[in-house]
Design a protein. Sequence first.
Length: 279
Amino acid sequence: MVRLFLSVDMTGSTQFKARYPEGGNWLDIFRTFFTNFPTMFAGQVGLAFLDEEHLPAIEVWKVMGDEVIFVVTPHRAEEVVGLLLALLRTINNYEARHLELLPLRLKGTAWMADFAEDNIEIEIPAMSEEQGIREMDFIGPDLDLGFRLSKFARPGCVTLSFDIADLVLTARNASEASLYLIGAEELRGVMFGRPYPIIWMLESEKDFSFLPWEIDSCPLMAKASSMPPSPRSDIERTIANMQLYLRKMHGVYRARMRLGGRDAAVDLKTGRPAQQHIH
């Protein structure tokens, strides 16, 4: 089973909270975020899938510090695109409604994990005793990837793992999204040390909403603000190069994730499931 993880994190929060060491004004701001953002996201998902028979079943997996992480099991590439667009719209709408006059912004990260292979689900018994409610946690190398990748998320857009970018390109509604290949950065413990592609996503025909001082202080944002969406061929070539590197240098076959099925990540020497891109 392949699950999609969607993280939304608040930037500028550490300095903002430092202004109010006794709590004060920031408590209500963060309470509102953790209460209202999931509700607004659910509303955007409802709009995005208005013509569908079933809505994706999105749940909150974790709340950590100033970050909320959602989990959902998508069944089609088009569903993945729809969820990403709904997340982007929620980020933009929430900023406009609740953060317009505050030094706070929201950034998103999206990644996938296959639980037929190296990743596992763990039921937490202490939280699962009453009323038959099952509280689950998720552990594995693909989960670690997401947390590493979130370091390169920036305000107003969503950072994608290359597995998700690969799926987005195959979707019938791919034209509704714009992908930007910003560069490549080494992520600790990921891809055997090879720099990992940094891919940002916007809604098609939208521009980055970076603020002038954000652009001045971040080379990645400066680059993105002056570049057009990356050609499909550039994204495809980057993904193919990463897959070739894993296969040629480490004997690992990393195929496109198959939603609703089993992801083929196999050690070419043994034929057994492989630790495909994190070690």
